[in-house]
Structure formats: C-alpha cells, structure tokens
Write a protein that binds this ligand. Structure first.
Ligand SMILES: [Zn+2]
Length: 172
C-alpha cells in the first residue's frame, strides 16, 4: 500500500459507494489503518491509497507509542459510505494537514460539529456526532471521497498560498 500525494489525479476522483457486504473491504480497512498509523495521521480515505471507494478510517484518540515503540490505537473507526446528515449553523476556522500534502498546513473552514451516517466494518448502520478534531477529521476525509483535498477546500487566497508553499516544499 502506498500513499498518493497531491497533485496525483487519483485524489481528484469521485469515489463509488461500497457495495453492502463487499468482503474485500475488511481487508482494505485493516491495511488502511496500518498505513494511517505508520504515516502518523488521524484519518485516511480510500483515494489516498488508490482505492476509489467510499471508505474512511479514523482514529483521533490514539496515544502514539508504548515503551516498546508499538503504536497504541485507542479508537479506530471504519466509516463506509459516510454522509453528513446534519451540522452546526456556524463554520469555524481550521488549520489542517494531510498525509497526501506532506509538509503543508492549510487554513480552511469547517462546520463546528457534524452528524455523520455510515456503515461500520460489519455493515451495521451507525451514526457519529463529532466536534473538535473528530468532527474536523470526518469532514476532511469525506472531502477526499468527493475528490477534494485541502487545496480545493481552501478559499482562493489560502489556496494560492498553499500551492506556492507546497511547490517549494516539494521541489516542483
Ligand atoms: Zn487528507
């Protein structure tokens, strides 16, 4: 499994819904979580590993390492076909990084809280209500499923700034 970075076109595709009961997804979710912890991220979406399906993994709670250097996942979540069904009235500023945009942090705006409907790894219907890092992370990962990175999410001025920074950080 490799992580695709901006401006790879795979990051700008709209992902297909996962077919309910698709057995391959449990395996994908496992590898995605592994990759997410390895990349020291709190979330990862299908397209970032070249999988154009509506699947996201998130763990905004993990404490990095135990004394043997093992990563300690505390609440790893798999979100299949996630959808924002409700959100706050207000948006708040958010400074975010992304495994697919190494070395960059971008100013964007997010709903203060969101309610997300999805399926878990066993295809049970679940709902997650989240604010803070968890809420932001769900919004960030769902953007990826619609082909949108932080660069496209940012307003025009922040986008130009981010593009310049990214290009100089990545020698383009
Ligand atoms: Zn991202």
């Amino acid at each position: 499994m490799r992580v695709y970075t901006f401006p790879d076109p795979v990051l700008h595709e709209i992902c297909e819904p996962v077919e309910v009961g698709d057995k391959a997804m449990a395996r994908h979710a496992k590898s995605m979580l592994k990759q997410m912890y390895k990349s020291d991220g709190v979330g990862l979406a299908g397209p970032q590993v070249g999988l154009l399906k509506r699947i996201v993994v998130i763990d905004t709670d993990y404490v990095t390492e135990d004394e043997d250097g093992n990563l300690l996942p505390s609440r790893s979540l798999v979100l299949i076909n996630p959808e924002i069904v409700d959100h706050s009235e207000e948006q708040i500023p958010s400074k975010e990084g992304c495994i697919s945009l190494p070395g960059l942090s971008v100013d964007v705006k997010r709903w203060e809280w969101v309610k997300v409907k999805c399926l878990d790894a066993d295809y049970n219907e679940v709902e997650h209500v989240g604010d803070g890092l968890f809420g932001v992370c769900m919004q960030h990962e769902i953007d990826h499923l619609d082909g949108m990175t932080l660069i496209e999410r940012a307003d025009p001025i922040a986008r130009l700034k981010a593009l310049r920074e990214y290009q100089s950080a990545n020698g383009q």
